[in-house]
Design a protein. Structure first.
Length: 255
């Protein structure tokens, strides 16, 4: 639904820009402009290439952030299952507490953290379940050489879990600045308006150029702004990895 509304809005903006161009063309004599088409084309090509490079870099950066969040989520969810599995090497009470803490962690990420982050809202309790896990791990007193080796592995896994969580949060919070967004919008506006300075004799063809360029720019800018939030519905990452981990932890808890 959101994607359909965006496409319809893009069509509307492109149509409005074309209508404005039509009005401007009616009021301005384009005949003298045809004598400067070569200069206009050279300037437009230079500016267009620069703007296209910026757009391409931002799309690539947004997709890279999305990939980082996706990969970190897979590893983070898998590490939670590993913590619960390795906890089975200790006494039943410790194993149960670890599994329940991992289960609460996955629920919190999927049901609370993810929706809040997708809406870019501030989270005040995003570390409480990780701190709970660390509290349980620190309270473990290994018995014998086997449990000591297992406990050492558990500490390494917990360290990796914290790192993956930090990487996911860092990638989710790396948003574009207001100034950069303003530059993108002004650049898009200039790109469309500059197209009007070409002295194209065929008015209908000239208007088609305006509509196509505007529509394409709106789509690309929309993609960039959408990728600025790696969790946005439709183009972002979903919490399916944590839901799968939740299912595995439930199974482990029922054994």
């Amino acid at each position: 639904m959101e994607l359909m509304l965006f496409v319809l809005a893009s069509l509307g903006v492109a149509t409005m820009a074309t209508i404005v161009h039509f009005v401007v063309r009616k009021r301005v004599n384009h005949q003298p402009l045809s004598h400067h088409n070569e200069v206009t084309a050279a300037v437009y090509a230079t500016f267009g290439v620069l703007y296209a490079v910026i757009l391409g870099l931002l799309v690539s950066h947004g997709q890279s952030r999305r990939d980082i969040v996706s990969e970190a989520s897979v590893r983070e969810a898998a590490l939670l299952v590993d913590v619960a599995q390795i906890g089975q090497s200790f006494d039943s009470t410790t194993a149960t507490h670890l599994t329940k803490a991992c289960l609460a962690y996955t629920r919190h990420v999927a049901s609370i953290e993810w929706p809040l982050s997708s809406r870019e809202e501030v989270q005040h309790t995003h570390r409480e379940h990780l701190d709970e896990l660390w509290s349980i791990v620190r309270s473990i007193e290994p018995q014998g050489a086997r449990q000591e080796a297992v406990y050492k592995s558990l500490l390494e896994i917990m360290g990796s879990l914290a790192s993956e969580r930090y990487e996911r949060h860092a990638a989710m919070g790396d948003h574009m600045s207001f100034f950069l967004k303003l530059v993108l919008l002004v650049g898009g506006l200039v790109t469309v308006v500059f197209l009007w300075f070409f002295g194209v004799q065929d008015a209908r063809l000239h208007l088609v150029y305006t509509w196509l360029v505007t529509f394409m720019l709106i789509l690309v800018l929309g993609l960039i702004f959408a990728l600025d939030n790696p969790l946005r519905a439709g183009v972002g990452v979903d919490p399916s990895d944590f839901y799968r981990a939740e299912g595995e932890l439930r199974t482990l808890l029922e054994k």
